[in-house]
Design a protein around this ligand. Sequence first.
Ligand code: NAD
Length: 506
Amino acid sequence: MSTSTLIPHWLDGAPFLGSAEAASARTGDVTNPATGAVTAQVAFADEDDAARVIGAAAAAARAWAETSLTKRTQIVFAFREILNARKEELAALITAEHGKVLDDALGEVSRGLEVVEFACGIPHLLKGGYSEGVSSGVDVHSKRQPLGVVGIISPFNFPAMVPMWFFPLAIAAGNTVVLKPSEKDPSAAVWMAERWKDAGLPDGVFNVLQGDKVAVDALLDSPDVKAISFVGSTPIARYVYERASQSGKRVQALGGAKNHMVVLPDADLDLAADQAVSAGYGSAGERCMAISVVVAVGGVGDELVAKIADRTRTLRTGDGTRGADMGPLVTAAHRDKVASYVEAGEEAGAKLVVDGREVVADGGADGFWLGPTLLDQVTPDMSVYTDEIFGPVLSVVRVDTYDEAVALVNGNPYGNGVALFTSNGGAARRFEYDIEVGMIGINVPIPVPMAYYSFGGWKSSLFGDSHAHGTEGVHFFTRGKVVTSRWGDPAVKPVGGLELAFPKNH
Ligand code: NAD
């Protein structure tokens, strides 16, 4: 790819440049984080571009809703087959723009594929209920229908998986989609649009709108868009939730996280250390389910920190195409911000056990490098604890008791994921009940639910009451109707007459 490459929107089954062709066009740089090089520009939609793309989705909505359920799910199945056969291509695109190592990018695609597979079985979840003879000659049935156009706004850290939390179900349920991917890694969205075309999806059903706040606001305000699925940082999630709700849409807005891993004194410390390192530094900590705080309970701190530090020092940081364990951060600005937290933590009195700023990476000299960093003796008033850092920085907080650990987790404004490491089933059972977090792992560090369950946090990690995928996802993208009908028996003379009171004994 050369710097003259311009990554387009996707409109009506074809690439669309819109205002990006004008000399005064707004575009954004797309970089390869492992080299620091600008590899392409991405089109930034203006209001006219947004209206064109949303208009195409609106125009396609009725015909797609009326396409038979069998045909719709056959197309989703065809998409699944194509995606599965070509997933290495998508993984390579992700690594080139996001920086995560190839293996991890492939894992991301596989988790997205699970939702596509779940969507193939959507007919089972779109079945209504039926009650015969609720009154004389009266039957009741229910059905679920698509909403129309739905907008999906996604973050940089999972350019394929997060959109796939939503669009397979939205499309299978009979909606049309406008996806607004992150401007930092926009190519995956266009690649997936091409695969939908290959799968036989009618033009206009899946569209991509590239850009920034202008594109997002157009989706939030358009009367043609009936629902918004957003994933990103908490301040933007709150903004999206409020603005889209004001214009009458249903909204699910998933926000940021600060995920704790509580290690009880009876835990297997080798297992806990392995998992803390994998879940803390995988994808350079740029995962909403990354572990960022290890809570060492009741005197396990010294041994646990030593085990985590030993493992951390073995990690190889480098270009994701060269077999490294961990890649670069997504941009230079983000790398600098994450590094500034390491400095702030040290200044506030945390003990720097492993310093990622000294990393020698196997990659370009101008890559956005920061190695895995371990801070011990972190306290809840430090910015390394209070803020979502979203980088390879693992903090260890020490507490004396289980109750203190639970109070710490529950006192945190975020509630996305949490993990408990223990060999005591009773303690685990108690923890599941006590903890105010949406997704819980017991001896599992990143408890991302399978596609047939729903994904979502509590508190500042989710605005709205609908989690992603699973049954909740199907409900989010459909709305219910209940039909009460009366058909008289032709052999029986109908009983007429007026009755102005509510019916009592039918
Ligand atoms: P972000 O909030 O900066 O961006 C998310 C989306 O919002 C992007 O498409 C971006 O273009 C758009 N956006 C950014 N600023 C905007 C503004 N002012 N107005 C309107 N739209 C705007 O998030 P990010 O940096 O791309 O992603 C990282 C964040 O996402 C982290 O906070 C992470 O925890 C969170 N995340 C959460 C989950 C979850 O499931 N809860 C999953 C993945 C990522």
